[in-house]
Design a protein around this ligand. Sequence first.
Ligand SMILES: O=C(O)CCC(=O)C(=O)O
Ligand SMILES: [Fe+2]
Length: 355
Amino acid sequence: MASHKVQTVDLSAFTTSNSDVSTLDRERVHAAKDLVEACRTQGFVKIRGHGLTQAEVDDAFTWVKRLFDLPEEEKLRAPHPPGNMPHRGYSGIGLEKVYSIKDLPEYGSDKTPRHRSKVSQELRKSSDFKESYEVGSEQDDQQTNIWLPDDVLAGFRTYMTSLYERLAGVTETILEAIGVGLGLNEQEHAALMQLHSARHSQLRLIHYPRLDKEALGTKFLARLPAHTDWGTMTILFQDRNGGLELRDPHTRQYLKAEPEEGTLVLNIGDMLQRFTNDYFISATHKVSVPDSNDVPVTGLPARYSIPFFVGPMPSHTVATLSRFITPDSSPAKYEPVKFGEYGSIVSQYQYEGEE
Ligand SMILES: O=C(O)CCC(=O)C(=O)O
Ligand SMILES: [Fe+2]
């Protein structure tokens, strides 16, 4: 079904238990099929009934604003280290340039730092006008969190740790629903669930500062250029200003994910696309800056967002499920790939710090 807006699916049947079992089962199958249909035809969807209340989401944004309202020198007490790994802590404006793997020339052949930075420069002349803070699991065995000292923002670490865990729970619900919607057997379902490691996902807090109307007219300023996410999928909360746009793969037109109380935005990433042999689409998305003529004299308001990037263990090899491969009509499109290797190929071009 072609659609000109971002669909909304209600997963309440997966997060509540107040009806009788057979009704609940029917509602689950129905919602799960809608979810799968959106992932297949568009690669993105808004989800309500995901398990977090709007009050919890509002709380999360209050913490994010508290963080970014701190003076720069305080935020820099939890600096993101140079280079792309570990991807943790605070990054000031201009440190990141986002790409998709398909934008990268000759990836995998020449990976010397000199070549990398040359490629970065050629790919895009301007960095993203945003600041961000990356949080991982406290149990991550590969990347250690970088926290602000507690006197800078008391309670921040405890809050973000619990938010990470809550979002890992939401992820399980969504994957569960995808498994039901696809009608996976037990073994296939287990393979799907392996695309989420609760210890290796990533919570990101983003602030796109307010932009002056005049500056917009004279400088090239980007918020977040078009890209796909390289993990399994991303769940994202945005504030009431909206701003996220997702590309419909058929019409190639960008659709605005209008902010809607109680919803999150799900976009499929490269790993689920490979796992399903393109049955699901890794969604191209961006946060654009309008033409200065379309911006009010007060400027373009600041924007905050909270994406949670879902991925498997870095050592996990993601292979296409055989049910999506048929020699004639749907031959295998992807070689199995180790997630950690795939991610490091993309991320090394994105981060501007010196190594
Ligand atoms: O800020 C947003 O709404 C999008 C963030 C995003 O796509 C990303 O960080 O990969
Ligand atoms: Fe993204």
